[in-house]
Design a protein around this ligand. Sequence first.
Ligand SMILES: [Zn+2]
Length: 477
Amino acid sequence: MSHFETVIGLEVHVELGTKTKIFCDCAVEFGAAPNTHVCPVCLGSPGALPVLNEDALKLAIRASLALHCTVSQQSKFDRKNYFYPDSPKAYQISQYDEPVGEHGYIEITVQGEKKRIGITRVHLEEDAGKLTHSPFGNASLVDLNRVGIPLIEIVSEPDIRTAEEARLYLEELKSIMQFCGISECKMEEGSLRCDANISLRPVGQEALGTKTEIKNMNSFRNVQRGLEYEEQRQTKLLLRGEDIVQETMRFQEETGVTVAMRSKEDAHDYRYFPEPDLPRIYLSAEYIEERRAEIPELPAARRKRFIEEYGLPAYDAEVLTATRVLSEYFDGTASRVRDPKIASNWIMGDLLAYVKANSLEIEQIKVSPEQLAALIGLIDEGTISSKMAKDVLKTMLESGKDAKSVIAEQGLVQISDEGELREIAARVIAANPKSVEDFKAGKEKAIGSLVGQMMKETKGKANPQLVNQIILDLISR
Ligand SMILES: [Zn+2]
């Protein structure tokens, strides 16, 4: 067994969902042609002055409050100085010693136990540009569209102990950000990016060991894989009595290993100083409270409510709160049906399968919660069987039509007329004397073949419960 304890801290950059950039009016648009959303402010031209976008500030405050941080009534911007080809000003406007939010936490559930991961700070800053290495030879291309996109950086305390906890923290963070409308958090588009610090120390030791930093992991799975690899690598070195070198690593997705990018020797001293072109931020207590009022029911509270109010199993509550839209879809359906668990089954089953198979988002599907609830109601009252409902739902998803019209158009109404079913049953029994004999000889399964014949005769429209009863009644005489 390992004699070491792993200590992980995460730094997450979240792109704020504003329409324009943080210090100018340039549009924020993913995938636009390179260098089409730039102006003197984002290009860092001499004399161009930044003006703070209030929407970015509002979202940063909302995010801080949703993460249980204290929002101070005063904060300021600072210049973080460094030269890099994708940063034309040679400094980044960020926040140093007076961030928007401090001292918060996120609660995760690790193997059934609740655990709090502290949040050191939430600060506002601007994004840098993007470098692409030219396929035509020894050159780099720079796209400055991303310069000045508003970000918040969320820095955790070193409270995370395993790679799995790191993934759980990130998932919870992402869903809080989405629920609060702060960001779409699309990792593949870079709107949520994660750097991780990891070190090991002997169990019982207070002082932290030497850490390495893994940069820019692009999926939650890779964060977990990268940290697991780095944990093993450091353990091996320490067991051999070797030192850990403090360095920045990159996780290689293809090989599953981390590789060194640069060592601490060329780490920069950023020479922070207060940004002279932007005034200090003063917030009234009311302004902060208005932001607090913008926070909706958060995912953890919603999961709890789904379990308590609708009697859902914890697993269902987890799946159905994966995104705000999905949780609202379930809420809208469950509140209109007799048994919310049935609504959960339909959504987690057929509906999500359809969404996945067609690469859609829940918000794009053509069936509203009202329409799904109406379909479930029709199963409940015996108009159609669950089996028929599967086909009906498929047609509804493709056409957007109501269950009733689909059923009428396809002549799918379930046969629940007892007289009619008894007539068909009598015919089926007369035609299958062998099955009846088998049943009477004690082979109870023989009834299944009679039921099967009935369903065949009615093209699947017979009410299955009723069919069972009738056949049993007729052949037990
Ligand atoms: Zn601009």
